[in-house]
Design a protein around this ligand. Structure first.
Ligand SMILES: C[S@@+](CC[C@H](N)C(=O)[O-])C[C@H]1O[C@@H](n2cnc3c(N)ncnc32)[C@H](O)[C@@H]1O
Length: 181
């Protein structure tokens, strides 16, 4: 799938303006990255950046991530990043959230054993929702070593545009990491 020789594969769902994905793909040229973003302005921004500085280890998809997840072979991914997914903060809309039984089953199918699912959000109810959903699903183990852990950004974290706005508005992000059992 990639012009560059890659040995591991990462997926980022809903990359928005693509800042995080471009940073990760640039710093890890031997890792293949797939980025998904159906929002046309985000994809246009990504295409402009790749036009100026092409990356042989990055492929993008401009539709619903569930379609890509269903197309990917079983146990093909080393990691999935879901960073600041649409929060749907109102309770009556929670069922629209990307994290749910069906999508966790998709993640469990495509992640390799010991593969990593990272979820960042500034919406407390979505963080709790995801912790509960992953625990109930059973295929994921939450990697938190101490109480402060989940407020520590991931290693090498460049931030995202949505996160910067959330922090400006006074919300505190949480960074969860789950391992596929
Ligand atoms: C709140 S924005 C966050 C964007 C970016 N991750 C950031 O942190 O700046 C959520 C993004 O998820 C995308 N999105 C929503 N539903 C999606 C889906 N089913 N598949 C892929 N992306 C989706 C939206 O288009 C939007 O760009």
């Amino acid at each position: 799938m990639f012009k560059a020789p890659v040995s591991t594969l990462q997926l980022e769902i809903g990359f928005g303006g693509g800042e995080h994905l471009l940073h990760r793909a640039t710093e890890a040229p031997r890792t293949g990255f797939i980025g998904v973003e159906p929002f046309v302005n985000g994809m246009a921004k990504m295409m402009t950046a790749l036009g100026k500085a092409p990356l042989g280890n990055l492929r993008v998809y401009d539709d619903d991530a569930t379609r890509l997840l269903d197309w990917l072979p079983e146990a093909s991914l080393d990691g999935i990043d879901l960073l600041y997914p649409d929060p749907w903060p109102k309770k009556k809309h929670w069922k629209r959230r990307f994290v749910g039984v069906a999508n966790l089953a998709r993640f469990a199918r495509v992640l390799k054993s010991n593969g990593r699912f990272r979820f960042a959000s500034d919406i407390d109810s979505y963080v709790n929702w995801t912790l509960l959903a992953c625990r109930e699903h059973g295929a994921f183990a939450w990697q938190a070593e101490d109480a402060a852990d989940w407020h520590q950004p991931y290693d090498g974290w460049p931030g995202t545009r949505y996160e910067a706005k959330a922090i400006r508005e006074g919300r505190r992000p949480a960074y969860l990491t789950f391992i596929r059992k």
